[in-house]
Design a protein around this ligand. Structure first.
Ligand code: MN
Length: 319
C-alpha cells in the first residue's frame, strides 16, 4: 500500500473502474477515491461497463461516472476497484490504457492479483474500508461527500452491518465517518427502501416458486425472463431477492438462478455460516467471498440447478 500511495502521489491522471453490475461498495469506493484524487489536483475519470443502479443515484458526483464498453484514452495509472480481474470489469481497458501502473484495490477472496500494486485484503469488510485507509495514507482531508460514499460502501457490503464482515474495523470507520455530518438514514432509505411497485410484484412471482432441499438447508429462487416481461422489470429490480431464501432459519446456503440467455444461467450464492460459497462458485468458473459469490453457467435452467444443488455438501451439524 505504501508503494501504491507513492505511485499515486507522483502520477497525474487516473482511470478508475469497477465490476459489472456495480453495487454500493463499487460505486461508493470509486467516487470516494476520485474525489480524493481531485482534491490532490489530479485528473481522475471513472468509466464502468454498466450504468449506476437507480438506488445509488443519490451519491455525490454520480453524474461524473461514464459508461463505456471500451476506454479510448491513455492515463498514467489505471485503478481496478472492488473487482477480482479484468474480465469482471468487462475488459473495458487493457495495458494500452495506462502508462505507469495498474493498481488493484479489492477485498474479494478470489482476487487474482497480478497487478503492479495489489492492495487486496479479504478480511476487509468492503473495498470502501480499504479506500478509506488509502485516503488517510494520502493525507487527503475527508469531507461530507467522501464520507457519504465511503459509508455507503461499508453499509452496502455489510448488509447494513448484519453480515459476518461487520468487523470492529467496519464499525470504527463508520463511526468516524459519522463525524462529517452525513445522513445514514438517507443512505439506508436509498439503499434498501427505494424499490418500485413493479419490483415488489416481481418479488411476488419469484417467492411463489421458492424451493427448499429435503434437509431444509439449501433454498433457491428461480428467475425466468418471462417474469421480467410480465412485470415490466429488469434484472436490477431483483437485487437482494436472494436474501429471502437466505433468511429462512434452517437454510445455510441460498441460491438464485437467473436465466440470462437461451441456455445461460447466472447463479448467485449466499451462505450464513461456515460454508464457503466462493469455493463452490469457483468450481463453476465464478468467484466471490466466503458468504457471497456468483458464476455464469451454460445449460438449461434444470441442468444448471441439478448440477449446482447436487454439488453442495453441507455437513450434518453435531448439535
Ligand atoms: Mn465489495
Amino acid at each position: 500500500m505504501k508503494k501504491a500511495v507513492e505511485a499515486i502521489r507522483i502520477s497525474k491522471s487516473f482511470l478508475l473502474t469497477t465490476h459489472r453490475n456495480p453495487d454500493g461498495d463499487a460505486i461508493g469506493s470509486e467516487l470516494a477515491l476520485a474525489m480524493a484524487l481531485w482534491k490532490m489536483g489530479k485528473t481522475a475519470t471513472i468509466k464502468n461497463l454498466h450504468a449506476v443502479p437507480g438506488n445509488l443515484m443519490f451519491l455525490p458526483y454520480v453524474n461524473k461516472i461514464h459508461q463505456t464498453c471500451k476506454v479510448g484514452e491513455c492515463y498514467d495509472i489505471a485503478v481496478l476497484i472492488d473487482c477480482e480481474n479484468l474480465e469482471r470489469c468487462g475488459n473495458i481497458f487493457s495495458s494500452e490504457n495506462y502508462k505507469t501502473a495498474l493498481i488493484n484495490i479489492d477485498h474479494h477472496i478470489s482476487n487474482q492479483n497480478g497487478s503492479d500494486y495489489d492492495i487486496v485484503n479479504s478480511c476487509s469488510s468492503s473495498t470502501a474500508e480499504m479506500v478509506y485507509r488509502i485516503i488517510k495514507e494520502l493525507d487527503v482531508e475527508i469531507d461530507k461527500e467522501i464520507s457519504t460514499c465511503l459509508f455507503t460502501g461499508i453499509f452496502a457490503d455489510t448488509g447494513g452491518f448484519r453480515y459476518s464482515n461487520s468487523t470492529p474495523a467496519a464499525f470504527e470507520i463508520a463511526s468516524e465517518l459519522m463525524n462529517y455530518n452525513i445522513d445514514p438514514l438517507e443512505i439506508s432509505l436509498n439503499l434498501y427502501e427505494s424499490k418500485s411497485f413493479q419490483s415488489q410484484k416481481l418479488l411476488g412471482l419469484v417467492l411463489n416458486n421458492l424451493e427448499i432441499s429435503n434437509d431444509n438447508k439449501i433454498s433457491w429462487l428461480t428467475l425466468t425472463k418471462d417474469f421480467f416481461k410480465k412485470t415490466g422489470t429488469s434484472p436490477s429490480d431483483a437485487e437482494g431477492f436472494i436474501n429471502f431464501a437466505r433468511e429462512i432459519k434452517s437454510v445455510e446456503v441460498a441460491l438464485m438462478f437467473r436465466e440470462i440467455g437461451e441456455s445461460k444461467v447466472k447463479v448467485s450464492f449466499r451462505s450464513k455460516g461456515s460454508i464457503n460459497v466462493a469455493e463452490i462458485a469457483k468450481n463453476f468458473g465464478g468467484g466471490g467471498h466466503k458468504n457471497a459469490a456468483g458464476c455464469v453457467m451454460d445449460g438449461s435452467m434444470k441442468e444448471v440447478q441439478d448440477m449446482v444443488i447436487g454439488s453442495i455438501k453441507i455437513p450434518v451439524s453435531e448439535n
